[in-house]
Design a binder for this molecule. Structure first.
Ligand code: FES
Ligand code: FES
Length: 169
């Protein structure tokens, strides 16, 4: 089955078995191995990518469902020589140990910051309207779909908080 979409701004066309997940299409067919397969069951968030600006567990989504979509993976954010602000703060804050969850954490944080800017509430928001201050509890709740087996959570939240504060200035 043919499917065409943009990945990190580049047009890509694939001919896939309809059962191939978006994660496997990215990793095995496009050699974009930054997105990780942690559980393959929608439980860890290591495979998080953005699809049309929204975070998606790519292990739970079939590639052929994304005809015409704009997909962003960790490879589309920055480069080793020119890290984007979240990537830089994860380094500065020691927001990882083994690093396996890190691409998913950063992609999820990218989507989460956009959701917060747009006024999407979380389960711990005081109000369902308006924007919420990104407190530690807000960040923890909004990032709760991304597990870190190394338990770098305080440093991950600090990195995200720094970027959120910088964006407000
Ligand atoms: S690999 Fe997709 S959620 Fe774990
Ligand atoms: S840094 Fe090892 S799983 Fe998160």
């Amino acid at each position: 089955m043919k499917v065409s979409f943009h990945v990190n701004g580049e047009a890509r066309a694939l001919d896939l078995d309809p059962r191939v997940t978006l994660l496997d299409a990215l990793r095995d067919h496009l050699q974009l191995t930054g997105s990780k397969k942690g559980c393959d069951h929608g439980q860890c968030g290591a495979c998080t990518v953005l699809v049309d600006g929204r975070r998606v567990n790519s292990c739970l989504s079939l590639a052929v469902m994304h005809e015409g979509s704009e997909i962003t993976t960790i490879e589309g954010l920055g480069t080793p020589e020119n890290l984007n602000p979240l990537q830089q703060e994860f380094v500065s804050c020691d927001g990882y140990q083994c690093g396996y969850c890190t691409p998913g954490q950063i992609m999820s944080a990218t989507g989460m910051l956009a959701e917060a800017r747009e006024g999407a509430p979380s389960h711990v928001s005081d109000s369902l309207t308006g924007t919420s201050e990104l407190t530690d509890a807000e960040i923890a709740e909004r990032m709760s779909g991304n597990l870190c087996r190394c338990s770098a959570y305080p440093f991950i939240r600090e990195a995200i908080s720094r970027v959120a504060e910088a964006e407000e200035k």
